[in-house]
Design a protein around this ligand. Structure first.
Ligand code: ZN
Length: 179
């Protein structure tokens, strides 16, 4: 039984292309990529409260090139940790983070950019002005936040917004808690 089948247009489209390519090329990459996509859609569903069908449909809507190249860790990263905040739109996300900046995990000062430290501060025990990057090898040193924006079907990890810090006053609400 095809236990991993999803009941949605995105899945049917992906399956049809995969089967065609398999037959034509005797190549198992299309099948493996499809299976990866389904597993990753389920993982996203589990972490975000969307359905796996909605996630896969959205990915397929946006896909403009071969699915073997599209369904990769770099494009659909694993969602690590339990505290992924889910937002409907980028505007909702920006409204929540506000204009108070982001806490750099390396120098602990406030950066205007959520991705690259521009605090102008020196790093501890260093004469180098901090330019820490959220997307670098060491990421956010475990101090960043991950958000999922539904309209983009995308996870992003960046510096902790100052507005979300425990002592920053009212924490943002995220609408229905789904409980
Ligand atoms: Zn910094």
């Amino acid at each position: 039984m095809a236990g991993s089948a999803l009941d949605c247009n995105g899945y049917r489209k992906l399956l049809a292309q995969t089967e065609e390519q398999e037959t034509k090329w005797k190549d198992d990459r299309p099948r493996k990529a499809m299976e990866w996509a389904v597993a990753r859609a389920k993982h996203y569903a589990e972490k975000t409260g969307l359905t796996a069908e909605a996630v896969l449909d959205a990915w397929e809507d946006r896909r403009t090139y071969w699915h073997v190249n599209y369904y990769q860790e770099a494009n659909m990263p694993e969602i690590k940790g339990e505290n992924v905040r889910v937002f409907e739109t980028s505007d909702d996300l920006h409204a929540s983070t506000g204009d108070r900046g982001f806490r750099c995990p390396a120098c602990n000062q406030v950066s205007r950019s959520p991705y690259e430290c521009d605090s102008g501060a020196f790093r501890k025990n260093s004469d180098k002005v901090c330019d820490w990057k959220a997307y670098g090898l060491l990421g956010c040193l475990g101090k960043g936040v991950s958000v999922f924006v539904k309209e983009k079907v995308r996870v992003e990890t960046f510096f902790q917004p100052v507005a979300w810090e425990q002592n920053a006053g009212a924490l943002p609400t995220e609408g229905a808690d789904g409980g």
